[in-house]
Design a protein around this ligand. Structure first.
Ligand code: 3UK
Length: 501
């Protein structure tokens, strides 16, 4: 078999040759040209090699979105190591789990960050290298040219972690080539991304949606991308849009709702550079879709993707937006809606969405149980999403499992319940989705311990208790008291009975 090309080398070399001085990335007041990006990515590959990192080794990146993060990601890829970006604010516990689970050879993180503390507690880790916003430390001693390694046959080209129903996240490995899949059907045929576009994603590089919109799309199109290193709030996002004048904006529904509330064109919130807004990560409520377009005059396209697919597989189209629907299959994908027996569901009947297409992950990292459940032997991927098709258009009807998508984060009811049970008044509890303005939020259903009055004061106390233990998206927004939870004869709680659409 012929050796496979190194995808990072391909992207970097093409851009460096065609437009060396064009901006590849904009971040705050700083500009990174395609030439400077290629040079520093090569330096980083050479550094990793000199420090004993080999092709196939996992290199965990725990970094804010920044030039440094992109250089580190592409540099690791040049070596055909496996860059594994994780959220910069990942808890020390979860980071330790990821480093051990993927048997990381290296961790790249900001100097003095909690991540660097965690690194000291992981024996197998060979390298913990500090990284500034501009790049990993010590690049200047290395050559700006590097001999890129060909991707190894079985080793993952890059990996992302996705949260699971029972606590720990699962590694989702992808081949290097998968990085380019979203640039074909979705970016080219649907969005029409070209070299003159300036892309801006509020979602971070550690999330597949962010990696696609901030790395795959701009580099494949020879375009420019805006990076925001801070936590994205309305002020930060409007400021970046006004300053950098992006043409394409990618964000999640929860943030569109916040942006819409804050939007004030009279106060300088100028969105005139945008030709299109895109929403993914969780279902976009129909009302929010309409309101956004009414207020801004901009189309808002909803589409669904997943970490496993490393792509969008259903999408709305410019000029033909159906608010409240995920749209139609993205070119390259075949989709089915099936009933519990695996038979095709007719139009109008909800069932689970299965997808098939290029670039889909074929096995979770070291999780044969989860792989067997999700990746069917005939090549279909179970999305876990319930969909209904009408007139060829697909609409999301929630998740088949108990997982919640809140602000585009997976939330496991089990984890929230564990936290709630540490409150002295909670005898039993179950967490299920509650729709607030069409967006999914966790609701706690609590059976109080005898002797505790089920009143609003206790509800507030339980919510406060949860906020002290859980990240914001996992915190219930409401407590409902029940005398008992709905359970199967075998005692399993039936969370689906508690959902309030
Ligand atoms: C849900 C949606 C309704 C759905 C993602 C690449 O979200 C992405 O990846 P994840 O692995 O989550 C996947 C799950 O999220 N979901 C995502 N988008 C929508 N549900 N409407 C939507 N538009 O449950 C799916 O199975 O974190 C990965 C590119 C884009 C992405 N959104």
């Amino acid at each position: 078999m012929a050796t496979r090309p190194n995808i990072a080398a391909q992207l970097l070399d093409r851009n460096r040759t065609q437009h060396p001085d064009k901006a590849a990335y904009l971040c705050g007041d700083d500009v990174l040209t395609h030439q400077a990006l290629a040079a520093d990515a090569a330096r980083f590959a050479n550094l990793l090699r000199a420090r004993g990192v080999r092709p196939g080794d996992r290199v965990v990146l725990c970094l804010p979105d920044s030039f440094g993060a992109v250089k580190a990601f592409l540099g690791a890829m040049l070596l055909s190591a496996c860059p594994t970006p994780v959220h910069a604010q990942l808890s020390p516990d979860d980071l330790k789990f990821v480093l051990q689970d993927c048997e990381a050879a290296a961790l790249i993180a900001p100097e003095d960050s909690p991540a660097m503390e965690v690194a000291r507690t992981v024996p197998g880790l060979r390298l913990a290298l500090p990284c500034s916003m501009d790049g990993p430390w010590g690049l200047s001693g290395f050559s700006s040219e590097c001999d890129a390694e060909a991707p190894q046959p079985e080793a993952p080209g890059f990996m992302l972690y996705s949260s699971g129903s029972t606590g720990r996240p699962k590694g989702v490995p992808h081949a290097q080539e998968d990085l380019l899949e979203p640039t074909r059907g979705w970016a080219t045929e649907i969005l029409g991304v070209g070299p003159r576009d300036v892309l801006f994603s509020a979602s971070k590089l550690s999330f597949a949606y962010g990696l696609i919109c901030s790395v795959s799309l701009p580099l494949a199109a020879g375009a420019t991308a805006v990076l925001l290193s801070e936590k994205p709030g309305p002020v930060e996002l409007f400021t970046a849009i006004v300053r950098h004048r992006p043409t394409l904006f990618f964000c999640v529904p929860t943030l569109y709702a916040m942006l819409l509330r804050a939007y004030d064109p009279g106060q300088g919130d100028d969105l005139s550079s945008l030709r299109l807004c895109y929403s993914a990560g969780e279902a976009l409520p129909e009302g929010l879709c309409r309101e956004w377009t009414r207020a801004t005059g901009l189309e808002l396209l909803d589409g669904i993707g997943s970490t496993e697919a490393f792509n969008l597989f259903l999408s709305n189209r410019p000029g033909a937006v159906r608010c409240g629907a995920s749209g139609t299959p993205v070119p390259g994908f075949t989709v089915r809606i099936v009933d519990d027996a695996g038979a095709d569901a007719p139009d109008g009947v909800p069932g689970e969405l299965l997808i098939q297409g290029p670039g889909i992950c074929r096995a979770y990292w070291k999780r044969p149980d989860k792989t067997a459940e999700t990746m069917l032997p005939d090549g279909w991927l179970r999305t876990g999403d319930v969909y209904v098709r009408e007139d060829g258009v697909y609409s999301h009807r929630g998740r088949k499992d108990d997982m919640l998508k809140v602000g585009a984060h997976f939330v496991s009811p089990v984890q929230v319940e564990e936290a709630l049970r540490t409150h002295p008044a909670v005898l039993d509890c179950a967490v299920a989705a509650l729709a607030v303005d069409g967006l999914v939020r966790p609701c706690a259903h609590v059976v109080p311990r005898p002797g505790f009055a089920a009143d609003p004061q206790l509800a507030q106390d339980i919510l406060r208790h949860a906020r002290g233990l859980l990240p914001p998206q996992q915190c219930p927004v409401r407590v409902r008291f029940l005398d008992e939870l709905p359970k199967t004869p075998t005692g399993k709680v039936q969370r689906f009975r508690l959902r309030q659409p």
